[in-house]
Design a binder for this molecule. Structure first.
Ligand code: HEM
Ligand code: HEM
Ligand SMILES: [Fe+2]
Length: 455
């Protein structure tokens, strides 16, 4: 850490830890409901739990991206954050709006559109908050001493993310148009502009952790941005097969959707090859593990499992089933959750001056959460494929099928318990790190104020 204002990142990361914990609780509520134990139904019906689970996910990832930007941008452009106090205010506002939305879901105040459930009045506040954040980062970049490719890719990713929230707010009573626009937000976020954010953060981490020249790392970034735009924009078509849009989307969505894994493959090859070539053996090996793990798991969850149902012939059967949930878990985990956990793992020793990366809890956090998530994905896969077969081949009724697949959710609960053990270890380590400290120059080098011993 070289700038005082970078400390604000800590509070965004702490928010991530709190919201992730809450998200997991709602995951268990749904897993038990699926297994036949919907005991909380009268208080938290499935739709409320589902909206809460996914919106908490989006919220903690946003908080993680913002924290990452407030940490990375000052170091990249070599200056303090332009409006440091605004960063704190903007975090408080984000949490207040998010928590209000979550409470609202429990009282049936929601929009009923998957992933865009936040009620309209709160949407405006979300947009305002994110625009303030983008302005703060934008001013920091503009007034910075240098402008790096990494900083610019990260900044434009964040700006596009804010702008792409708007199509979801266009009022219409036509369900096809509503669905068409909803995908501009959902798809163009995770398979478009979020990939730029991912590329930017990975690039920063690889430069820091491997010691490889910025020019080499950033050259790859251009390739990834190119591949993302080439496939991701028209790839939106893989959501337009069966929603009442023209037939040409079968071709457009089929072809460009099938190309999308290339961007994730590029990301994985990039991170692995940089890690192997890296001359410097950075002591924070756990941050390296999360960084490289993120690039590989995002290819497995996004690229591979996304490809599994992107062709219209397959999607005809799998659309809107637990096969989608299978892909969604691994993709969100691999690409974005692991990315946020990677930057937290890298930043915490710098922010607090403590070195806890060699602790057994740090290693256990990585392996238990990843093996747990792979097992969860398998449980969803078995449930999903069985659902597709019984419901869409055999022709059984939706609820009769849900009864048949209850047993697979017992498997999901076991897998999720292992996953939760991993996350608990991560949070335990996070808490042990303690609060961020200031910086001071020693021999011309900026170092944290209080460098505590490793233990
Ligand atoms: C203890 C851990 C977790 C459990 C037990 C769990 C369980 C579930 C269940 C049962 C559903 C509903 C599936 C349905 O619609 O029937 C769901 C949805 C979802 N969960 Fe989780 N989850 C967990 C953690 C996570 C994590 C860590 C992430 C992201 C990294 C995540 C992302 C999602 C997403 C994106 C959906 C919506 C899927 C879709 O659109 O079909 N979950 N989860
Ligand atoms: C890390 C990147 C990705 C994430 C986080 C992600 C997440 C998701 C989520 C949450 C959904 C459910 C959306 C909803 O129903 O509202 C979904 C659906 C889908 N995803 Fe992805 N995805 C990613 C990458 C990909 C890629 C690269 C492909 C194609 C190769 C793909 C293909 C699909 C398809 C075809 C659906 C529609 C499923 C259906 O018809 O029910 N995804 N994805
Ligand atoms: Fe998509």
């Amino acid at each position: 850490m070289r700038y005082q204002s970078q400390r604000v990142a800590y509070w965004f990361f702490a928010t991530c830890m709190a919201l992730l914990s809450l998200q997991i609780i709602y995951g268990f509520i749904m897993a038990f409901a699926h297994a036949g134990y919907d005991v909380l139904h009268n208080v938290i019906p499935f739709h409320a739990a589902r909206a809460t689970h996914t919106n908490l996910l989006i919220m903690w990832l946003l908080s993680g991206f913002m924290g990452a930007a407030y940490y990375i941008i000052p170091e990249e452009v070599e200056r303090e954050i332009y409006w440091p106090k605004l960063a704190y205010a903007q975090l408080v506002a984000l949490v207040v709006v998010g928590v209000t939305a979550i409470i609202g879901f429990h009282f049936n105040w929601w929009e009923g559109r998957k992933f865009l459930e936040i009620p309209r009045p709160l949407d405006y506040l979300v947009v305002l908050d994110v625009l303030l954040f983008v302005a703060n980062i934008g001013m920091t970049v503009l007034r910075g001493r240098r402008k790096t490719t990494t900083a610019l890719v990260l900044y434009f990713g964040l700006l596009s993310m804010a702008l792409l929230y708007l199509p979801g707010m266009i009022p219409t009573s036509n369900q096809t148009i509503d669905s068409y626009l909803r995908w501009w937000v959902v798809h163009l976020w995770v398979e478009g502009v979020w990939e730029l954010i991912m590329g930017g953060i990975l690039s920063f981490l690889l430069i820091k952790l491997t010691g490889i020249d910025r020019e080499v790392v950033e050259k790859w970034l251009y390739v990834i941005v190119g591949l993302t735009f080439l496939s991701g924009i028209l790839g939106t078509g893989h959501h337009y097969y069966y929603i009442g849009t023209p037939k040409y989307w079968f071709w457009v969505g089929g072809i460009f959707g099938a190309l999308e894994p290339l961007a994730f493959l590029g990301m994985a090859i990039y991170a692995v090859s940089m890690a192997r070539r890296g001359g410097r053996d950075h002591p924070n090996r756990i941050a390296m593990l999360w960084t490289v793990g993120c690039s590989i798991m995002s290819f497995v969850g996004g690229g591979f499992l996304g490809f599994a149902h992107t062709l219209p012939q397959v999607n005809l059967y799998t659309h809107g089933t637990l096969v989608t949930a299978m892909h969604a878990h691994m993709a969100f985990w691999g690409a974005y959750a692991m990315l946020v956990l990677a930057i937290i793992s890298y930043a915490m020793p710098q922010l607090t001056g403590r070195k806890l990366y060699d602790k057994p809890a740090a290693l256990l956090a990585f392996w238990a959460s990843n093996i747990g998530m792979v097992a969860m994905t398998l449980a969803f896969a078995v449930a999903g494929v069985t659902q597709v077969y019984l419901e869409r081949k055999v022709g059984l009724d939706f609820l009769a099928v849900q009864k048949e697949i209850e047993i697979h959710f017992v498997g999901l609960i076991l897998a999720a318990s292992l996953f939760t053990l991993g996350i608990a270890c991560f949070i335990y380590n996070f808490v042990l790190y303690g609060l961020p400290v200031g910086v001071v120059a020693i021999d011309g080098r900026e170092v944290p104020l209080a460098v505590a011993p490793a233990e």
